[in-house]
Design a binder for this molecule. Sequence first.
Ligand code: BG6
Length: 510
Amino acid sequence: MEATNPFREDLATRTRPEPCTVVIFGASGDLTGRKLIPALYNIAADGELPPTLKVVGFARREKSHESFREELEAMNRKVSRSGHNDQLWASFQQNIFYHRSEFEDAEGYQSLARLLDSLDDAGAGGNRLFYLSVAPEYFPIVLRGLAAAGLNQPKPGKWARAVIEKPFGTDLATADALNQVVSETFKESDTYRIDHYLGKETAQNLMVLRFGNALFEPVWNNRHIDHVQITCAENLGMEGGRGGYYDKAGCLRDMVQNHLLQLVMLTAMEPPADLTADGIRDEKVKVLKSLRPFKDAADVARNVVRAQYTTGTSGGKSVPGYREEDRIAPDSMTEAYAAIRINIDNWRWEGVPFYLRVGKQLPKKATEISIHFRKPPHVLFNRGTGEDSANVLVVRIQPDEGISLRIQSKIPGPAVRMERVKMDFQYSTSFGKASPEAYERLLLDAMSGDATLFARRDEVEWAWRYIDQIEQAWHQSPEPPPMCSYPAGTWGPAEADALLAADGREWRRL
Ligand code: BG6
């Protein structure tokens, strides 16, 4: 039976997750202290966590339960969305445990099983959520280790689920191989592939905006929309030792294959027949299947721009170029920026390009989707000025979450002159509280058995099919498209502007 879906209900009536134990593999990594534990703590602060929930950190470093808890507490004080309450932490931390083992060590999983049994005896309830926050090469090792110890098999009447962090493979072949191991160990319905963009309130609100209002859907097509832009800008580089991972991945694999294509799917999908996890994911996959394939490397060069930043200024400080960053090869050919013209070959979107741009060391952190409507068919006002009178609907994913609509308005006075104005909705002022962190929502959903906001196997594979064509043109063709450049702290390379200029359009200024 498919779990009830929160899109259908008030949060107030949503079922609380059942008691369970969350086992985090790779618990000494950054994600645990920075995101996962603060998310669980904040769910507890909101009173939505089963009081008997237990957390077990599984990692290779030597640590006691106490030292693990102290590290987590120090980090929670720094990053927790709702602040840090000593009393709440004191009771929360009693349920956190540390289990040291190598990932390859079969005995480590046997002793984990014994620990989990003893936690069940202490009231954990028997359900288990295995969260894999490990380097990708360890995914199969951990999954097989769990299976060998029988931990993938739930106890009667209980469940065992696997949550898998990105990156989910590095191309279609590796994703496929990984999916194979996953399917040998956990059922698809018990597999939760994380894409934290789906946990963002504003990304979820896209469906509500489109399908909960009668106003937008009739104009959400190629008769009324000229083009769509999706921007995901970051104003950081390779701080904190990220370079080692990033230089192997690049922006296409790190951001586009997952987060950006998810935003494309949510913007372009047809209304689902119902709001079940598969009802929604079926429609999303259809979008990926409709992405126009590239003909060859020259076609990739016409539609995709890749770039690296050079020395520049960010936040008033001078910052190094990509190739001078820590753990980046001085002759690296990995892109830190990409701009893509995507064509969706279906009835709704034929002739409406989706332009994506995403990169590091841009002037600010901002993610948004802008829907650019067609101009009025006949110009009555401001004739001859060449001013852009098109309406633009902007969905601000982060920060400053909200939605705005650009319209034309008459300038007060005797002359009939018009000017652009903005109708603006802001989450913070309308709802008066900060949105929960993406990981809070995703952990709650995984514990409640709702897979709507997680990527399904076919979704991940179709996304890789699209990305692989670009990677192949860049890295395997005899005449690869050029690597462009932009000074850090600027809005990307001139070639990305030329991509839109060739279509008579320009990037929205953020
Ligand atoms: C991660 C990428 O998935 O998303 C990072 O690996 C990126 O490179 C991050 O910085 C951005 O997430 P957010 O939520 O800050 O936009």
